[in-house]
Write a protein that binds this ligand. Sequence first.
Ligand code: ATP
Length: 316
Amino acid sequence: MTLAIRTESLTKYYGSTKVVDSLGLSIDEGTVYALLGRNGAGKSTTIKMLTGMVRPSYGRAELLGEDVATLAPETRSRIAYLAEGHPLPSWMSVGEVIRFTRAFYEDWDHDLVESVLDHFALSKRAKLRRLSKGQLAQVSLILGIAPDPELLILDDPTLGLDTNVRRDFLESMIQIIQRRGRTILFSSHVLGDVERVADRIGIMLDGVLRVDCPTEHFKEAVRKIVLTFDRDVPEVPECPGLVGSWHVGHRLELIFAGYGSEQEAAVASLDPVEVERVEMNLEDTFIEYTRGPRRSLSFFGTEEPDDPRPGAQGAA
Ligand SMILES: Nc1ncnc2c1ncn2[C@@H]1O[C@H](COP(=O)(O)OP(=O)(O)OP(=O)(O)O)[C@@H](O)[C@H]1O
């Protein structure tokens, strides 16, 4: 399988703050990959390094098998990038921005543009400054997909859109791109959407990629177990895969990444009066996982990063 995106020890410092820490990503062609993380986790910085807008402090990135730092114009034309907030020249009309963008590309799928304009009920005569956020996102998507890119990178494409517009946008994006076996990398905060469209997720915590695995694998692996006691909540023993524990009154919530016989035995040793396994969707799973201690788990396909600086200590 060919890799559409590959990064090696990709690291960014702003001043003395490390905002992306030794990122090692390998994304196969044809994958819809969602990059997740709380505000400030380093998603946009990662995307900007991938698209050559920000220079890494250390490490390197490849798109479609070529180093981002020396990407040939032909390779660049096989990649589309939709920036956060969909910045577009507001004085142009929809038709004008389409004609303007078209001039930069050799390939341009005119029929696709017409059919997606029609699908979104967008008029070519409409001025961009009069469009809603959702409509601007739709125009951006059209401009991004018209050159039929092999790789589409989107930074929080549905930010600020209402639920219906968001769903329609994502569904259209997936239908159009995936039908052609293309690769998509997008960042998002809307976990319900991610759950429906992403094959694979990466979760960044404080600049570190802590999870990198199929979406289903993550959902299945993270378990919330709620224990009830008829006495004070006992001390929780060390246990592999335990990523968080909280107690309120006589209830103890435990979050595990990987729940098997060893974890079951640890739970039983606490001698609760009741054990409840709580079902979680991706949103719950993400929240529970990201509020726990910042631990790396090989379970999710990532390793603790090493600081690439010569003589530096491993990351905390
Ligand atoms: N140009 C910059 N100069 C200094 N610090 C920056 C710069 N750009 C980003 N940062 C910092 O880097 C960290 C990561 O920011 P980034 O925008 O990559 O996060 P994010 O995960 O995309 O967040 P959000 O979900 O809020 O968009 C933040 O602490 C941010 O303040």
